[in-house]
Design a protein around this ligand. Structure first.
Ligand code: KIV
Length: 309
């Protein structure tokens, strides 16, 4: 398939193919790897694990449409997350609970197309929304297939022990899974608000057990949201096969993620303390994203002192 014919292909035609050049070749008519600039290899799971092993920080941003995804990719962001935070920043919902699988499919499709058209190299993760995986592992598989066929390389789901069977089931069937512990926004009503998690010894020990169990179940990445820095730092050292990606979880995780609108200074509510507005001092959105990548890589973001815990 040539780049121009890729633009007219259907979602089903293109989505099941990994990003151009992933792995050792490009079977079944994907974009030719030769069209990729030599210096930018597609990000793959082995590469993300290698970065973790070598101590190179992994950068992740959310994106919900083709253009922002392509700009983030060009700015050097390694992982793009189509987060269900889109319910709040794009749809005006008061939480992520109202986001549907069809909405996630649509935005994943848009982001994937943007990356393909820009010959992007980012690793694309898509959130399984509330209600699309809780009922059974079979339902989770059906939902994950929808997102993978829309172009995701990995799906993310929230929760600890009760998700283990589901994680194993998806991974055994070839679907890479990113787990998510700490503040899990889909259960905000049960948690009683957007609060720091794992603060007591008992809560920290339970989170730690769950993180190890998720790695053992095959989770290839773990988002840690709003957990104390000491806990996420310890987990990052312990989980050799599962890079941790922090948000409000301190400096010493394997990587960082921010919600796009927050880091562009577009949070219309109360900005969480751990977020930095990267538009300050930048001349463009791409400049802000480049500043974010630099700051994560050189360890100047985040700053533990600016966290709430
Ligand atoms: O939905 C989202 O954007 C997320 C990030 C905050 C990690 O899950």
């Amino acid at each position: 398939m040539t780049p121009s014919s890729a633009n007219t292909a259907t979602t089903a035609d293109t989505a099941s193919a990994p990003a151009a050049g992933n792995g050792s070749g490009s079977p079944y008519g994907t974009l030719p790897p030769a069209s990729m600039p030599a210096s930018r290899k597609p990000i793959s799971l082995p590469r993300l694990r290698e970065m973790h092993t070598q101590g190179e920080k992994i950068t992740m941003l959310t994106a919900y449409d083709a253009t922002f995804a392509a700009v983030a990719d060009a700015a050097g962001v390694e992982c793009i997350l189509v987060g269900d935070s889109l319910g709040m920043v794009c749809q005006g919902l008061s939480s992520t609970v109202g986001v549907t699988l069809e909405t996630m499919r649509h935005h994943t499709d848009c982001v994937s197309r943007g990356l393909r058209r820009a010959q992007g190299t980012a690793w694309l993760i898509s959130d399984l929304p509330f209600g699309s995986y809780q009922e059974s592992k079979e339902l989770a598989l059906r939902s994950a297939v929808v997102l993978m066929q829309a172009g995701a390389h990995m799906v993310k789901l929230e929760g600890g022990g009760w998700t283990l069977d589901t994680v194993r089931f998806l991974v055994e069937r070839g679907i890479p899974v990113c787990a998510h512990l700490g503040l899990t926004p889909q259960t905000v009503h049960a948690l009683g608000g957007y609060r720091v998690q794992g603060k007591t010894e008992v809560a920290a020990a339970s989170l730690r057990r769950e993180a190890h169990a998720l790695q053992d179940a095959g989770a290839a990445m773990l988002v840690l949201e709003m957990v104390p820095a000491a806990l996420s730092a310890a987990l990052t050292l312990e989980l050799a096969r599962c890079p941790t990606i922090g948000i409000g979880a301190g400096l010493d995780t394997a990587g960082q993620v921010l919600v796009l609108h927050d880091m562009l200074g577009m949070n219309l509510g109360k900005m969480p303390k751990f977020v930095r507005n990267f538009m300050e001092g930048a001349h463009s959105v791409r400049g802000a994203m480049e500043a974010y990548v630099r700051a994560v890589k050189d360890g100047s973001f985040p700053v533990n002192a600016s966290h709430a815990w």
